[in-house]
Design a binder for this molecule. Structure first.
Ligand SMILES: *Cc1c(COP(=O)(O)O)cnc(C)c1O
Length: 640
């Protein structure tokens, strides 16, 4: 009932075909006309999005692919029922499924078709609405801001150029000026395997006019670069929109960069690394464009909705102002030293942990003790996020508890959750390993009551709303320099979990806000990771120097956790010995030692909860309200 179809707001989308040049009588080139061979319809569907306290309602406009003529009469009449159906299926496919790859590029033709379909549908809509309201397109950058959320819609840059030049008759310079002043671009990753690029032959076949425009933009940019006399031939080739070594490809990140007046990263560290790595040359050419907008999370969902217990306790302590202005949550800082408040805070946490324990009992049949430390790592499964480091530590701890049952171990439950892209083999294997390790540990009476491992299936936002409020410890342990920001880190901290993490992404800024005593930082820094990668890193030597890690790896490779298939993790373990790109071995000992520091603080309950309360009080800055205000003021030029 919340979705309204707006059939009258639909537009035509073309693919393929050729480009015609229209010349005037005296032989001057007047304009280009793209003659696509395929046509589909993009139909608008609107969902109202009510703001906090319903003071504003925005419209979310989504697009659905439809065949132009649903019956395709001529083909149908000619008896080609299959052909008629194929056309319809193709149009539906444009908006049916989202490519599930995360931090990895899916190089499928359908993906490029989807990117163009959604981009042109939105652009045609924006241009039409602007024209009907203001009469001409000169003022487009003053009235509209179009933001490229990653490179997925970067095809919008040449598409707006096409609409301005071929449909609305502007010349290149005019169109290029308007385009750059209209677009902003947010970069979300530095991982080379995630940077989008499309083979020139595919691009040319699907979008022949856009290919011409990309070449024209490239000529303009390379001319500007050469005119500065600041760039070597090699640097010029890195600035180019076309990758020339190997197969020729269109670089969508470079296209988004040159077509935008603002390019931002999503944490302070990530933004600095953008300037030094992927966009070093473009940053030198356009030094005023890169800026930072550290990510945030909405306190409506990630505090008020998911944690009513903590919300009620905070209202009782500091009043209601934080409901409208999350900065006011800092008032809780004064209560960290208040024993009565700490006990109430601990009771809320305990109730949230019971709620999660009940969910795990219902879905997995595993019984958990809510007084144990709840240690949670939930996020997409990826080697750079290093779930493997956490699993290896669980295996090492399991061995330590069995070897030294007399020690005063602190009961702990390690939770894992997250999805892997279907084709990401190692990520799938890591899920399997977490499940295999969990089965063996949870059945062993030797560690009963001291260590449990739980892999929660089907991690999604609804599950996150139960997990975040129940966490004591938040695992944010990516290889330094590889996580652009993270937002899970913020959700956990706002719900009173302490973070164990590396100096990566927004962890760096979370540490600055909560203070060094209220977070557990370990591991190599970004510079140290780079130094080891450049100067020869020998993971085998590191593993052989760590008895705990060697033992854990030996147990896994000898089939202790996979007796049905002892070789299951051979390749995974060999990868650690032979390359270990993600520095799991290099960080293992310091990670394990920091986990024992966590136990020490956990043992002193009042001290632990004081630190947890300070986390809640000090992370209000990581609100998406602050982030969006910065986008509005510093990029979109919208008064707030
Ligand atoms: C917040 C969130 C994420 C992002 O988590 P990171 O730890 O920042 O990678 C992923 N999935 C879901 C369901 C989330 O709620």
């Amino acid at each position: 009932p919340w979705e309204f179809d707006r059939r009258e707001r639909s537009s035509e989308v073309g693919f393929g075909g050729s480009v015609e040049s229209i010349t005037s009588k005296d032989g001057r080139l007047e304009r280009h006309v793209w003659k696509p061979t395929e046509h589909v319809l993009a139909v608008a569907y609107d969902t109202p999005v009510a703001g906090w306290r319903a003071n504003r309602v925005n419209t979310l406009r989504l697009w659905s692919g439809m065949p132009i003529d649903p019956i395709l009469l001529d083909k149908f009449n000619a008896g080609d029922h299959i052909g008629a159906l194929a056309e319809s299926n193709k149009a539906d496919a444009l908006s049916r499924v989202l490519y599930p790859a995360d931090s990895h590029m899916a190089g499928q033709e359908l993906r490029l078709r989807q990117e163009y379909f959604f981009s042109t549908a939105s652009l045609q809509d924006i241009v039409q609405r602007h024209l009907s309201q203001y009469g001409d397109l000169q003022s487009l950058p003053d009235k509209a801001a179009i933001h490229l959320n990653d490179t997925h819609p970067a095809i919008a840059v040449p598409e707006l150029m096409r609409l301005l030049m071929d449909v609305h008759g502007m010349d290149f310079d005019q169109a290029w000026d308007i385009t750059k002043r209209t677009f902003g671009y947010t970069n979300h990753t530095l991982l080379p395997e995630a940077l989008e690029s499309w083979p020139v032959p595919l691009f040319e076949r699907l979008l022949p006019r856009h290919m011409q425009i990309v070449y024209a933009i490239n000529a303009e940019v390379l001319l500007e670069a050469r005119a500065t006399n600041k760039f070597s031939g090699e640097q010029i080739s890195r600035i180019s929109l076309i990758q020339e070594n190997g197969d020729r490809r269109v670089r969508m990140g470079n296209l988004a960069f040159v077509g935008s007046h603002s390019i931002n990263g999503v944490s302070a560290l990530h933004t600095e690394l953008m300037k030094e790595t992927v966009f070093a040359d473009l940053h030198k050419l356009y030094p005023d464009r890169i800026n930072n907008k550290t990510n945030g999370i909405t306190p409506r969902r990630w505090l008020i909705q998911c944690n009513p217990g903590l919300t009620a306790l905070a209202r009782e302590a500091i009043g209601d102002r934080f409901l409208d202005d999350i900065d006011a949550i800092k008032g809780l800082d004064a209560f960290a030293g208040d024993a009565t408040f700490r006990e109430k805070f601990a009771a809320v946490k305990r109730a949230n942990k019971s709620r999660l324990a009940n969910l795990v009992a219902d879905r997995l049949g595993i019984k958990l003790d809510p007084s144990a430390l709840f240690d949670i790592q939930v996020k997409r499964i990826h080697e750079y996020k290093r779930q493997l480091l956490n699993i290896l530590e669980a295996v090492a701890l399991y061995d330590q508890i069995r070897s030294h049952p007399e020690r005063d171990w602190m009961p702990r439950v390690k939770f894992f959750g997250g999805k892997a892209a279907p084709s990401y083999h190692n990520a799938k294997l890591i899920i399997k390993l977490a499940n295999d390790v969990a089965r063996v540990i949870n059945r062993d009476p030797a560690v009963r009551g001291l260590l449990k491992v739980v892999f929660v299936p089907n991690y999604n936002v609804s599950l996150a709303e139960v997990l975040m409020p129940a966490a004591d410890l938040s695992e944010q342990i990516s290889t330094a320099g590889m996580e652009a920001s993270g937002t899970g880190n913020m959700k956990f901290a706002l719900n009173g979990a302490l973070t164990i993490g590396t100096l990566d992404g927004a962890n760096v800024e979370i540490k600055e806000c909560v203070g060094d005593d209220n977070i557990f930082i370990f591991g190599l820094t970004t510079a140290e990771v780079a130094e080891r990668r450049n100067n020869g890193y020998n993971p085998r030597a590191v593993i052989e120097g760590s008895p705990e890690l060697s033992q854990a790896l030996a147990a896994i490779s000898s089939g202790v956790f996979s007796p049905d298939d002892p070789q299951r993790y051979r390749a995974l373990i060999d990868g650690l010995y032979n390359s270990d790109w993600f520095m799991v071995a290099a960080d293992f000992d310091t990670y394990a030692a920091t986990q024992r520091d966590v136990d020490t603080v956990w043992r002193n309950s009042p001290d632990w909860y004081a630190r947890a309360i300070r986390n809640v009080a000090r992370v209000g800055w990581f609100s998406s309200d602050r982030t969006i205000r910065q986008y509005a003021k510093e990029i979109w030029n919208v008064p707030v």
